[in-house]
Design a protein around this ligand. Structure first.
Ligand code: ZN
Length: 176
């Protein structure tokens, strides 16, 4: 974080004064604040699809007993359901707070074009939402992956790749 309170993570570009971005971020902040009064977490997100349609998402982790119910993931799920697609190419994600690694990965899988956020990870940490340990995990600083070891178990190769064998021989598969 620099002296202006802006994150300096390498993948985060400095935003400008984009009025459209400011408008959508204001909306994300509004629904995030409202969500707190409705038993949700203090996070909200908006997906603006390529055709201009707007889809909202809220953090409902504790309300829905769903660790993956982050605002950004919820907005992406709502956009995909609403548009009838799993590919959000051309869409922009606006979120009230810097996306965690899960939400960044979900945005990548959804082929989101661009992400804007309002509060940064340090603002979130100040409020008790510190995912620095997850960032370190993915950025390789916790190289031993001590908080959650991940290991490939040795199995016979044919067994190991059986789902892929099934997939590559299926002529009706939908590529993604
Ligand atoms: Zn997240």
């Amino acid at each position: 974080m620099d002296s202006t309170g802006t994150t300096t993570a390498s993948y985060v570009a400095q935003g400008g004064n984009d009025p459209a971005a400011a408008k959508h971020l204001a909306h994300a902040i509004e629904i995030a604040t409202e969500n707190v009064r409705n038993a949700g977490g203090p996070f909200g997100a908006v997906v603006v699809a390529a055709d201009g349609q707007v889809f909202e998402g809220l953090n409902r982790v504790t309300a829905d007993l769903d660790p993956s119910a982050h605002a950004e993931v919820s907005a992406i799920r709502n956009a995909c359901k609403g548009l009838g697609t799993f590919d959000l190419s051309g869409a922009v994600l606006y979120t009230s707070c810097e996306p965690c690694p899960m939400c960044l990965a979900t945005s990548l899988w959804a082929r989101i074009d661009r992400v804007y956020f309002a509060a940064n990870r340090y603002d979130a940490a100040d409020a008790g939402f510190d995912d620095a340990v997850f960032y370190r995990y993915f950025e390789g600083e916790d190289s031993d992956r001590t908080i959650m070891p991940v290991a490939q178990e040795t199995l016979p190769p044919a067994q190991r790749v059986a789902p892929f064998t099934e997939w590559t021989t299926l002529s009706t598969r939908t590529e993604y």
